[in-house]
Design a protein around this ligand. Structure first.
Ligand code: HEC
Ligand code: HEC
Ligand code: HEC
Ligand code: HEC
Ligand code: HEC
Length: 169
């Protein structure tokens, strides 16, 4: 009887373990699929179409945030290009209703950190230093830790300020 109970209990935990593992695996697959409302390929637009980053991230050189592209920029081309693609149909629907696309944020510093694109671009730091080779990515992903040590060591090497209030509010 004891043996049976033992087998039942271990069996139960083994199953539960498998289930949790399975869910995690599945969740990974799902989040990739559901990450963005439209599967926007950076590689295509940069390498094939030849667009500059600033064509879409229009505020990156003159303000703290790089910002998401205005729909009007996409529609300069997509009223004619690939209009039968399911992804472009979603885009067109948003455009017709004048509803912005809710892109999920990939890079996110904690609320207490102050960061500005403008100053880094003006100092000649290339996008690739912090974002990697976006021109080869289908879906952009984070390639640097964005941890304090990473920020501070580059500031030190470049005589940029390292006092706490430079980066903290
Ligand atoms: C010194 C590092 C650094 C450089 C250089 C840099 N970025 Fe960023 N970028 C970041 C960090 C850090 C964030 C997250 C900011 C936050 O959460 O407040 C970010 C966020 C973004 C975002 C999300 C929207 C936003 O503004 O939060 C976009 C788009 C972006 N960067 C594009 C670019 C482009 C394009 C370039 C080059 C023209 C560039 N970045 C150069 C570090 C950098
Ligand atoms: C300068 C023109 C141009 C602009 C601006 C542009 N695209 Fe594109 N896009 C293209 C071209 C050309 C292709 C097709 C490339 C190929 O596969 O040959 C494409 C492909 C795509 C695809 C893949 C479609 C598929 O099913 O293969 C998506 C999604 C897309 N664009 C979304 C966008 C979004 C969103 C924006 C605005 C943020 C945008 N595009 C801005 C020219 C542009
Ligand atoms: C045709 C428009 C277009 C061009 C050109 C473009 N991007 Fe983007 N970018 C987008 C869109 C749309 C998103 C949001 C969807 C996504 O995550 O892919 C985005 C997202 C990003 C993000 C992630 C933002 C976040 O949420 O943290 C980074 C980083 C970025 N772009 C960097 C670049 C860099 C660097 C270049 C030039 C090498 C570039 N982009 C060129 C349209 C563009
Ligand atoms: C690759 C090097 C590099 C990295 C990585 C980097 N920075 Fe910088 N940062 C600089 C340089 C260079 C300046 C320009 C200083 C100037 O304008 O004289 C600067 C300036 C700044 C400024 C403006 C300073 C001022 O005087 O107001 C802030 C804020 C800032 N960085 C925050 C950050 C944060 C937060 C991170 C990490 C998420 C970061 N930086 C990562 C090189 C870097
Ligand atoms: C060049 C930018 C920069 C400077 C200078 C800087 N920090 Fe930070 N700090 C960050 C960033 C980015 C984060 C968030 C990422 C992380 O937790 O590593 C952070 C996180 C923190 C955290 C939270 C850590 C946690 O585990 O949540 C504390 C506390 C902190 N910083 C204190 C300081 C103090 C004290 C100073 C001055 C001696 C300082 N920072 C200077 C960029 C900076």
């Amino acid at each position: 009887m004891k043996k049976l109970l033992f087998a039942a209990v271990t069996g139960y935990f083994a199953l539960a373990g498998l289930l949790v593992f399975g869910l995690h695996f599945h969740y990974g697959v799902f989040t990739k699929r559901l990450l963005q409302p439209i599967h926007f390929p950076h590689a295509t637009h940069i390498n094939k179409v030849g667009l500059a980053c600033t064509k879409c991230h229009i505020t990156v050189t003159n303000s703290p945030a790089a910002s998401a592209p205005p729909l009007a920029v996409c529609m300069e081309c997509h009223t004619k290009v690939k209009t039968e693609s399911p992804e472009i149909k979603i885009l067109t629907e948003h455009w017709t209703k004048q509803e912005p696309i809710e892109w999920s944020k990939i890079h996110q510093l904690p609320w207490h950190v102050r960061f500005t694109h403008k100053r880094h671009i003006a100092a000649g730091v290339d996008c690739t230093v912090c974002h990697g080779e976006v021109n080869t990515m289908t879906q952009v992903h984070q390639v640097r830790s964005l941890e304090m040590g990473w920020c501070v060591s580059c500031h030190r090497e470049n005589n940029a300020p390292t006092d706490c209030w430079t980066c903290h509010k």
